[in-house]
Design a binder for this molecule. Structure first.
Ligand code: PLP
Length: 375
């Protein structure tokens, strides 16, 4: 990346950390053995997989036997939902929320087409899933509740522990998509009471195309990929050793500095808000107070978010919008719609997600750039 550019879209992806890169190199070069084979060249990759599994398990207070490597968050989400539903007759359903990532929403849509009904829980104006809505939803035919731990557009952290306990009281399993949370806030599968949890390496400075699904011991899940016996027969396909090692190294690095990172990112996002206010811009901050550190979904009054994104891009700053461009019409994202952002603000939504490579100087420049575009 050009050194003068400001990257402020860390919820989309993050740069590979130098530590993860270094950790990956041997497995891309000399140590290329297939971990499933029997000769000595396979021994080291096999050990590296086992060690990575232990490191990842430790980061979320799980047991290594509960971690299954995948190609990323999308695969982990698909697997949790379909691998649960396919054990049952059609007619058994899944309960999810209105603001999930499309990896969940489109998995649900596919299941619905196959005859597994889907119920969607509403959220309040801060994007918090209402636990009363779950309590009152009929769960007799549900086999799984899936609610994300942190939202990718507005950063809202969901009351997963409470929701999981409600599901369990009705005898229903609980999955959480923790892709935006892992490596950024403390995640403990025991205190969250979750049965399954999805994660993706490239959201915490690991490589793209690697992730994992935590499956609590005792939970029945069927494999989605048929083939060899990798991942204890649960996920066929030769393991992506280098990427898995990189993922574990990147996660461990975040866990070692988590408290400082949270403090630093909250300070940076607070500074951005203060500056935008000082410049007298009319905007609202979407999401709850309890958001992932460094994430800001901002809606500016009577502004076109898409225009703002492109103008910022021309100035060297990368942010996201709260809308997806559909030919001529800028269509509001399902999240911005679900939290009912007032119309005059909704189309002026951008998502600024700061990371550890951002500085106060970056934040000051972003505030100045937005102000110069909007004044
Ligand atoms: N879930 C959430 C909340 C996400 O933000 C993303 C990525 O944007 C995914 C799932 C998909 O993860 P991946 O890119 O690893 O497939």
């Amino acid at each position: 990346m050009n050194k003068t550019m400001i990257y402020a879209d860390h919820a989309a992806t993050t740069a590979l950390s130098p530590t993860a890169y270094e950790a990956m190199l041997p497995w891309l070069q000399d140590k290329y053995g297939n971990p499933s084979t029997l000769y000595s060249l396979a021994r080291d990759p096999r050990k590296a997989l086992a060690h990575s599994r232990e490191m990842i398990a430790a980061a979320i207070n799980a047991d290594a036997s509960e971690i299954f490597f995948t190609s990323g968050g999308t695969e982990a989400d698909n697997w949790a939902l379909k691998g649960t539903a396919f054990q049952y007759e059609r007619g058994k359903g899944i309960i999810t929320s209105a603001i999930e990532h499309h990896a969940i929403l489109n998995s649900c849509a596919a299941l619905e087409r196959m005859g597994y009904p889907i119920a969607t829980l509403p959220v309040d104006s801060e994007g918090v899933v209402d636990s009363d809505a779950l309590k009152s939803s009929p769960m007799s035919d549900a086999v799984l509740v899936s609610v994300m731990l942190a939202n990718n557009e507005i950063g809202t952290i969901e009351p997963v522990a409470e929701l999981a306990q409600i599901a369990h009281q009705a005898g229903v399993l609980f999955h959480t998509d923790a892709v935006q949370a892992i490596g950024h806030i403390p995640v403990d599968v025991k205190t969250l009471h979750v049965d399954m949890l999805s994660a993706s390496a490239h959201k915490f400075n690991g490589p793209k195309g690697a992730g994992f699904l935590y499956v609590r011991n005792g939970v029945n899940l069927i494999p989605l990929l048929d083939g060899g016996g990798q991942e204890r027969g649960m996920r066929a396909g030769t393991e992506n050793v280098a990427h898995i090692v990189g993922m574990a190294a990147a996660l461990q690095e975040h866990m070692e500095h988590l408290a400082q990172e949270i403090k630093y990112l909250n300070k940076l996002s607070g500074r951005l808000i203060d500056q935008l206010k000082q410049y007298g811009l009319e905007f609202r901050i979407n999401g709850s107070h309890d958001r992932t550190p460094g994430s800001l979904s901002l809606s500016f009054k009577a502004v076109d978010g898409e225009m703002l994104l492109h103008r910022l891009d021309l100035m060297g700053t990368a942010v996201a919008t709260g809308s997806a461009c559909n030919s001529k019409d800028a269509v509001l994202s399902h999240v911005i719609r679900a939290i009912s952002v007032p119309k005059e603000y909704a189309h002026g939504t951008i998502r600024v997600t700061l990371g550890m490579d951002n500085t106060s100087e970056h934040v000051d420049r972003i505030a100045q750039q937005i102000t110069s575009i909007l004044h």
